[in-house]
Design a protein around this ligand. Sequence first.
Ligand SMILES: Nc1ncnc2c1ncn2[C@@H]1O[C@H](COP(=O)(O)OP(=O)(O)OP(=O)(O)O)[C@@H](O)[C@H]1O
Ligand SMILES: [Mg+2]
Length: 460
Amino acid sequence: MLKHSLTLRISFFFSLAIIIVLTGIAFLINNAIEDHFVEQDKLVLEDKISTLKELYNETAEDNLFSIIDSMQRHAGLVILIKNEMQTLYSSEGVNFVQSNLGLKINIQNKQATTWEDGGNHYLSVNFILEKSGEFNRMLIGTLAININHHQQFLGVFNNILIKFTIFAGVVSALLGWLITRQGLLPLIRLSEQASIISMKDLSRRMPTKQLPIEIQSLSYTLNNMLERLEVAIERLSNFSSDIAHELRSPVNNLMTQTQVCLSKNRTSKEYVDILASNSEEYERLSRMITDMLFLAKSDNHHLMLTKKELKIEQEVQDLFDFYEALAEDKNITLVISGSAKIIADQLMLRRAFSNILSNAIRHSYENSKIHVSIFDLPNSISIDFENQGNTIDKKDLIHLFERFYRVDKSRTHGKHEGVGLGLAITRSIIDAHNATLSVCSENKLTTFSIKFIKDKLILK
Ligand SMILES: Nc1ncnc2c1ncn2[C@@H]1O[C@H](COP(=O)(O)OP(=O)(O)OP(=O)(O)O)[C@@H](O)[C@H]1O
Ligand SMILES: [Mg+2]
């Protein structure tokens, strides 16, 4: 129960603290009162003992005992007197044995002893009586005073203290509960606010200004989380509508072509042409579905990397060989400079490089140059893909890595038109390698840069 309720937990510890403090105070008060009573009783006893000493010096022994008899009438006083051999005087009905324990030490320290006999409590002081000049007439004795009334008072007092401490514990637990509830009210309001935010209402934000500073940061954190969720959900819903758009065109094309084809009898050449055209659309659809599956895997961190050491310049050179024909069509020169080794998944890295390079070839001016520079720096390795072509607008640059984002929004599906997933895939591959991908486009020069931090280049 305590585990689950913060209010109960705080109330419990609050009342526990109050009980500990009150018990400590009660203990101190009780000790102080007890000491005060002992001091008072001791003073009475010492006063009587000094009277006895004077009397013993001045009067005969027999006379002394009759004086002691009358002195005993003083409420609650009892006395024992002995010489070396025997008991000379002992108050009736009292067993002094306990009071005589450590007699000599007690006498020297003027120590008071408390003891109990037959239900009565006594405080006693031991003393010595001697006649000046007569060493063989030394008597030892114990004078005790009945302290039942003090014990009773202390008993009642302790009882009151215990009851009060328990009462204070209960009251402080209740107060603690009220105070905690009051203190947690802003948190309860915050949770109420959070509970009314639904997926349809993600633009709502938590209040921050009216909150106490202790939970303001929680509210800021929740708001940041909501912001990220809102962006993610918006991206997700855009993604679904994009998928629908992207699939609609090829499927419509396929449907229309097939319906037109079926509307009348065709020659076998016409059928072959239509099937060839359909095959292109199927290819495009299949590529789109494969790309989307790849992205879904990367979103769920299911990309399995098989890393090994690679020479970057070798990988780029292999791609240059692959794209040579395409580049030659536009008379584009492919140049590579620098070299570095890297630990990465070869197939994935090729796919990322290939996406950037195919884009570069597609968007380069004719008779231009594509330059891939590899920089092996002390802490990092950078690979820049630079091509000459139309500058990409700043407003497009920030969206370039988003799924289905194309600078040309016409969604025409020419033979060489891409789907708009290439750079999204490239970024997910680069992310999976703990590297960064950035783009810069100015003065008809577009550069895609991949940066690997050397410390993060590990085989796992
Ligand atoms: N080097 C470049 N120069 C100019 N624009 C570019 C360059 N690279 C990419 N782009 C723009 O970025 C958009 C997104 O590129 P991305 O590779 O993601 O998609 P795509 O090439 O259109 O399709 P896909 O790669 O899926 O076949 C492109 O449509 C293009 O407009
Ligand atoms: Mg592309």
